[in-house]
Design a protein around this ligand. Sequence first.
Ligand code: F6P
Length: 323
Amino acid sequence: MKRISVMTSGGDAPGMNAAIRAVVRTAVAKEVEIYGVERGFQGLIEGMLRPLNARSVSGIIHHGGTILRTARSAAFREEEGLSRAVRSLEKNGIEGLVVIGGDGSYRGAHALWKHCGIPCVGIPGTIDNDIGGTQYTIGFDTALNVAMEAIDRLRDTAASHDRTFFVEVMGRHNGFIGMCSGLAGGAEEVLVPEQPFDLPMLVETLRAGVARGKTSMIVIVAEGGDGGGAYEVSQKVAEASEFKDSRIAVIGHMQRGGTPTAFDRILASRMGVSAVENLLAGASGMMIAAVNNAMVPRPFEDAWNTRNLFDPEMLQVLHTLGV
Ligand code: F6P
């Protein structure tokens, strides 16, 4: 291959810039030209490509977001969008593509490869850590640490006022951030999409805390659970019990921004190098997965046919320690 391109797609995640840097500099080292696609698949449809070099990615390893910007493209799911994207690649002489994003982005990359024969390699980038086949995704560790820091801060004020807080964290349909931030932040309870919502049990947990002498408590509510978000859960608890004066904090998109942790920068750098090496060696329809601390190519299908689940033992640990 003489010329390849790189894009970020779907929700941004801290560490994506470190991955872009690694892809660009590996391509340069292998004497392959590298183009950046702006705004993901939407930008590809619109022909937003520009050449990059080693200096284009200077000073970005420590920045959150993505210098290539990103988008969730509905047009790409239509045949017309796909063929316009292929025309953009052909017009620019691009022979292979590295896609940094979540499983939705892999569906786009898979279509490019299967229907149009464009070799594509994926890099898992999403704060949700919800991509099957890889133990970690770029951005999860940073988002987890942001959530944990928020919980620590809320703990100070909760303890000072003898209050209960319901803290909502992100994760779409996956409880990784909720479970891990709850455990790291010493929460009394976590509500995650993987477990059915049980209002009587939650009220019982809060009452048991009071009975043991707790004057303040923190309940983590992962978005996507069947009990609703932090506002809904707090209202249900208020209607069903004496816990009527709780406070709510929704951390939201703050989890997606800011300086990536060392873990995410290292993961992104290793995945970026591996993605280009595999693409140039002829791999396609593969994502680079982190498995037992090694970077290994895995078929895209693993991303959507399997689920990355937290170890349920963590929930038991939280309940044992949150007394
Ligand atoms: O997939 C990353 C994520 O931040 C999820 O945790 C969240 O549900 C979703 O994206 C929010 O999407 P948007 O930025 O489009 O509101």
